[in-house]
Design a protein around this ligand. Structure first.
Ligand code: NAD
Length: 249
């Protein structure tokens, strides 16, 4: 039996990167997939094709996760077309790095809106459906930076730390309705963003990681898969780091 057989999962910001890997892995584990991103493009088209080729039901909805009304529309669409949601992965996220003295209020607001407000928007939009079902698993993608902070990323760190407080609160609030809410805190993950770093910077990072390698998008998706599945039926309000041990330094 596959871990998410016949469950329905929604992943925000999943056309590429870590979210895309979640969609593919969850589909391999039997889940029907709805994924969102800002707009349709080649990446969303190809993901849709790959998902359907795995034999599951899949749909893409273009939607800005930081927009409250659009999240409500997505929930209404899912209610009409799928009738339920078992797993919600709040993955959409951005960075606008800058030292505090140079950070603009626009970049502060944008990062908080996309990274944190989106988690509120989607949780609020889908909580009523999950409460009626008396089941559901919400997985929020935070970051090691939300636990430890990082110079030059105060907006991103605040948004990712906010996700952790939100996750623990929702776990307490909705646990009695059979809804679990957890967070994953990825560390240094090999993505186009981190591949742009100089060899010197990468070497410095590797030295600090006990497992001596960057993480893969699959490493993160595996942790989320566990949290999404019934294997984690007694796990809620937790933040699981997926960082090769970086945070224990
Ligand atoms: P990515 O930039 O490759 O992918 C993010 C996706 O989100 C993109 O497809 C983008 O279009 C979409 N998106 C952006 N704003 C959106 C919005 N308002 N509404 C809907 N979709 C939107 O990033 P990634 O590296 O795959 O990161 C995914 C998540 O993992 C983010 O929350 C990020 O903060 C977190 N994370 C990443 C790393 C890392 O090393 N890459 C480490 C820790 C945490």
């Amino acid at each position: 039996m596959k871990l998410l057989q016949d469950k329905t999962a929604l992943i925000t910001g999943a056309s590429r990167g870590i979210g895309r890997r979640h969609a593919l892995l969850f589909a391999e584990e039997g889940a029907n997939i709805i994924f969102t991103d800002l707009k349709a493009n080649e990446q969303s088209d190809s993901l849709l094709e790959e998902l359907r080729a795995k034999g599951v039901r899949a749909d893409f909805v273009a939607s800005n996760a930081s927009d409250f009304a659009q999240a409500q529309e997505v929930a209404a669409w899912v209610a009409e077309h799928y009738g339920r949601l078992d797993v919600l992965v709040n993955n959409a996220g951005i960075t606008r790095d800058q030292l505090i003295l140079r950070m603009s209020v626009e970049d502060w607001n944008l990062v908080l809106e996309v990274n944190l407000r989106s988690v509120f928007n989607y949780t609020k939009a889908f909580a009523p459906m999950m409460m009626r079902q008396r089941s559901g698993s919400i997985v929020n993608i935070s970051s090691i930076v939300g636990l430890n902070g990082n110079a030059g990323q105060c907006n991103y760190a605040a948004s990712k730390a906010g996700i952790i407080g939100f996750t623990r609160s929702i776990a307490k609030e909705l646990g009695s309705r059979g809804i679990r809410c957890n967070a994953v805190a990825p560390g240094f993950i090999e993505t186009p963003m981190t591949q742009q770093l100089s060899e010197e910077v990468r070497k410095e990072w590797m030295k600090q990681i006990p497992l001596h390698r960057g993480g893969l998008d699959t490493d993160v998706a595996h942790v989320s898969l566990f949290l999404a599945s019934d294997l984690a039926g007694y796990v809620t309000g937790q933040v699981i780091s997926c960082d090769g041990g970086l945070a224990i330094n």
